[in-house]
Design a protein around this ligand. Structure first.
Ligand SMILES: Cc1cc2nc3c(=O)[nH]c(=O)nc-3n(C[C@H](O)[C@H](O)[C@H](O)COP(=O)(O)O)c2cc1C
Length: 151
C-alpha cells in the first residue's frame, strides 16, 4: 500500500545504557512500520529537537535512574516538549525499569505527567528489565492508539 498524507509522521526517541529500552524501542519501531507509518528511530543524543514541531507523533523511551528519576540525557527533550506546549502533538512514553526499586519506571511516570498536560498523551508502557516476546503485543496495542492525520 502506498503511503498517503493520512500517515502520521512519527519519531521514536529513546535513551538506553544496557540495551533494555533500546530493545523495546526496536519492538515498537517494528509495530509502527508494520502499520506503514513513516517512522524514524533515534537515540536521544541524535534527535534534532526541531523535529518536535514537524512530527505528528513522538514515542519517548526512557530507563529510570537514581530513585525514580529521568536520566540526564533525557532532560533536554523533556524541557523542550514542556516549553513547546503543542497540544496537537500525539505522544506516548515507554520504558524499562526494575521493580526492585521503590519507584518502578519512575521516569515514565514523570514524563507521563508532563506529556498529559502539554501534549496529547495516548499511552504509557512499562516493562520489567528486558522485553519479552509477549511485549510485542503490548507494543502493537500502543501503536493502534495513534490517530491518523486529519489534514
Ligand atoms: C543506579 C540505578 C538506579 C536505578 N533506579 C531505578 C528506579 O528508581 N526505578 C526503576 O524502575 N529502575 C531503576 N533502575 C533500573 C533500570 O532502569 C533498568 O535496569 C533499565 O531496564 C535499564 O534500561 P537500559 O537497559 O535501557 O539502560 C536503576 C538502575 C541503576 C543502575
Amino acid at each position: 500500500m502506498a503511503l498517503t498524507n493520512c500517515n502520521p509522521k512519527l519519531a521514536i526517541v529513546y535513551a538506553s545504557v544496557t540495551g533494555n529500552t533500546e530493545q523495546l524501542a526496536e519492538m515498537l519501531q517494528e509495530s509502527v512500520l508494520s502499520q506503514e507509518f513513516r517512522s524514524k528511530l533515534y537515540r536521544v543524543e541524535e534527535f534534532p529537537l526541531s523535529e518536535l514541531s514537524s512530527c505528528d507523533v513522538v514515542l519517548i523511551g526512557t530507563y529510570t535512574w537514581g530513585s525514580g528519576e529521568i536520566p540526564e540525557e533525557m532532560q533536554e527533550l523533556y524541557q523542550a516538549i514542556e516549553k513547546l506546549d503543542r497540544k496537537q502533538l500525539q505522544t506516548a512514553v515507554f520504558g524499562t525499569g526494575d521493580s526492585f526499586f521503590a519507584e518502578f519506571c519512575g521516569a515514565v511516570d514523570r514524563f507521563r505527567d508532563m506529556l498529559y498536560v502539554k501534549t496529547q498523551l495516548i499511552a504509557t508502557l512499562k516493562v520489567e528489565l528486558m522485553p519479552q516476546p509477549s511485549d510485542a503485543i503490548r507494543c502493537e496495542k500502543m501503536v493502534k492508539l495513534i490517530k491518523p492525520r486529519t489534514s
